[in-house]
Design a protein around this ligand. Structure first.
Ligand SMILES: [Zn+2]
Ligand SMILES: [Zn+2]
Ligand SMILES: [Zn+2]
Ligand SMILES: [Zn+2]
Ligand SMILES: [Zn+2]
Length: 245
């Protein structure tokens, strides 16, 4: 009766998970699991909400009695959902050694603290998957383990550096490195300043030379003008410029 494709895509809770075999009434006809978020159709048949909604996408009839089902007329059964939530289940990590049982509604909470839950190593770069209970042992040897120095010096330590770490030494080294850096910057600035000063001195000299040559040209002009004046006044006479020099 149940569509095999539908039952793999959605579904109720695995029957095997329950400590006591669940009542036949609590099994969803579509997925054969224990009802997850049970809803009742007008014909009074009950299914997981996801299961029946998926079923109705194909045909709007009840998978049990073939009566027509209006998708907007299915009702969530909160009371039934709650009593299913109170049923005792085994941990899904039973196969790895967890022997705990708890109400179905505590399943998520338990998985967050279950010592037999498979978790990835929390240290960045480590690809190890381990049981939560083995995390401490693993951390002691994990080469990706990183933690700031517990003395508060700010150094991030690995297992390799932790043994020879000394806060005072570390801080002094950092201080010295910073000082060296500052000194290097100061030296570079001084060198730059000296270069600029020598450029400026060179420019000053050049400007002086230009001024001097301009004066010489001016003098020459003056002499030429004087020469012209004299030659226009009288045709005879020696150039007076020779006496100026
Ligand atoms: Zn179902
Ligand atoms: Zn029905
Ligand atoms: Zn567990
Ligand atoms: Zn690790
Ligand atoms: Zn330290």
């Amino acid at each position: 009766m149940a569509d095999p494709e539908v039952s793999t895509q959605s579904g109720g809770y695995d029957v095997e998970l329950f400590v006591d075999t669940p009542d036949y009434d609590l099994i969803c006809t579509i997925c054969q699991g224990v009802l997850r978020c049970p809803v009742r159709a007008a014909c009074h048949h009950i299914f997981c909400k996801k299961c029946i909604l998926q079923w109705l996408k194909r045909q709007e009839t009840c998978p049990c009695c073939r009566k027509p089902v209006n998708p907007s007329l299915i009702f969530v059964m909160f009371k039934l959902s709650k009593s299913i939530g109170r049923m005792k289940v085994k941990c899904k990590n039973e196969i790895r050694g967890c022997e705990e049982t708890f109400p179905l509604s505590d399943q998520y909470c338990h998985s967050m603290s279950c010592l037999f839950e498979l978790i990835p190593c929390p240290y960045q770069g480590c690809r190890a998957q381990l049981l939560r209970r083995d995390l401490d042992t693993h951390s002691r040897h994990c080469e990706h383990w990183r933690q700031p120095c517990h003395m508060g010096c700010g150094t991030i330590l690995s297992h390799r550096t932790q043994a020879q770490h000394n806060c005072y030494k570390q801080l002094r080294q950092e201080y010295e490195a910073r000082q060296r850096n500052h000194r290097a910057i100061a030296t570079a600035l001084q060198r730059k300043m000296r270069r600029m000063q020598s450029t400026m001195a060179h420019m000053k000299r050049q400007i002086g030379l230009i001024c001097e040559s301009l004066e010489v040209i001016d003098d020459l002009h003056e002499v030429e003008e004087e020469d012209l004046g004299e030659s226009s006044g009288s045709s005879s006479g020696t150039p007076s410029s020779s006496s100026n020099c």
